[in-house]
Design a protein around this ligand. Structure first.
Ligand SMILES: NC(=O)N[C@@H](CC(=O)O)C(=O)O
Ligand SMILES: [Zn+2]
Ligand SMILES: [Zn+2]
Length: 344
């Protein structure tokens, strides 16, 4: 197959940042994706419905003339979140989900949740109103090895929260382990999981063997190859609970090529080309559209897009080293192998 037309994809986990960075990165998502779930981990975070409305306005103001894009907003769950504000922001159509960051788990997660008792009323209100909870699933206890943090979170936090809050719809964000795949497969249709491009293409050897590659460093951290295989199996299975969340997470290049580098891979410009290559290599191109364009809207209860996108197979893609933004250059994710699929 050398050409593939699919319904316009959506990105169910995206960091657009703010200000000059937002202006620089937004066109790269809007060029390929109709909609995206917008992560709220700004500084300060997007905590209230009013914050989300203002952030959405800034995103739309940063969109170049002639481009269309529908940002699906989220609220950052804190121990002070007001359940009524969450319910109202969701009822108005503005906010599509609430994001749970365990305090200290990842970039800008300091205002996240440490004491889960303090968010119980919010989670119960969300369950009652069908508002999805998007979860960064890693424990932060210093005695838990970084490679084990996702599996520990599922046992110690996620499963207890779900048992205590029947009916809560949950998206396990950017899953990275066979443990997460197995857990997700074992649950009802109130649980879904997103998978990133980098976790489908790379394992920790790619990041660490022969030199440390800071542009492959993200959280949850890349795991061993057997986990990558399990993720690829899930993504290409056609099971509707698995769908794309790129977790494209831009940081200025100098903040990643640093003695204490930031976590996050900027994949937006080449995400769909990389996915087409990965699904092609797995003989599963017929499953790409479900993963990028159909399963996500079904979980979120939204219509699929009525536009389409065509990918064609040809010469290796010329991946730009960096894009320029007003907040400095941002290095584009490069999987380190030829990508033959192009967005037409
Ligand atoms: N994935 C990452 O490595 N980084 C994300 C945060 C996140 O999604 O955990 C970021 O905001 O930079
Ligand atoms: Zn995360
Ligand atoms: Zn993220």
């Amino acid at each position: 197959m050398t050409s593939l037309t699919i319904r316009q994809p959506d990105d169910w986990h995206l960091h657009l940042r703010d200000g000059d960075m937002l202006k620089g990165v937004l066109p790269h998502s809007a060029a390929h994706f109709a909609r995206a779930i917008i992560m709220p981990n700004l500084v300060p975070p997007v905590v209230t419905g009013a914050h989300a409305a203002a952030y959405r306005d800034r995103i739309m103001a940063a969109l170049p003339d002639g481009m269309t894009f529908d940002p699906l907003m989220t609220l950052y769950l804190t121990e002070d979140t007001d359940p009524q504000d969450v319910v109202a922001a969701h009822a108005s159509g503005l906010v599509k989900a609430v994001k749970l960051y365990p305090a200290g788990a990842t970039t800008n997660s300091a205002s996240g949740v440490a004491d889960f008792d303090k968010v119980r009323h919010t989670l119960e209100a969300m369950a009652q109103h069908g508002i999805p909870l998007c979860v960064h699933g890693e424990v932060t206890r210093p005695d838990i090895d970084i490679f084990d943090r996702e599996a520990a979170f599922i046992d110690q936090v996620l499963d207890p929260i779900r048992r205590a809050t029947p009916g809560l719809r949950v998206v396990m964000e950017h899953i990275t382990t066979s443990d997460a795949v197995a857990y997700a497969r074992d649950q009802g249709d109130d649980l879904a999981a997103t998978i990133t491009v980098q976790h489908l293409m790379l394992d920790r050897n790619d990041m660490l063997v022969g030199g440390i590659r800071p542009h492959y460093y993200c959280l949850p951290i890349l795991k061993r190859g057997t986990h990558k295989t399990a993720l690829l199996d899930a993504a290409t299975s056609g099971e509707t609970r698995f769908f794309l969340g790129t977790d494209s997470a831009p940081h200025a290049t100098h903040t990643k090529e640093n003695a204490c580098g930031c976590a996050g891979c900027f994949t937006a410009p080449i995400a769909l080309s990389c996915l087409a290559q990965t699904f092609d290599d797995a003989d599963a191109l017929d499953k790409l559209e479900g993963f990028t364009s159909l399963h996500g809207p079904a979980f979120y209860g939204l219509p699929v897009n009525d536009t389409s996108l065509t990918l064609t197979k040809g010469d290796p893609l010329d991946i730009p080293d960096q894009i320029a933004t007003g907040a400095g250059p941002v290095t584009v994710f490069d999987p380190g192998r030829p990508i033959l699929w192009h967005v037409a």
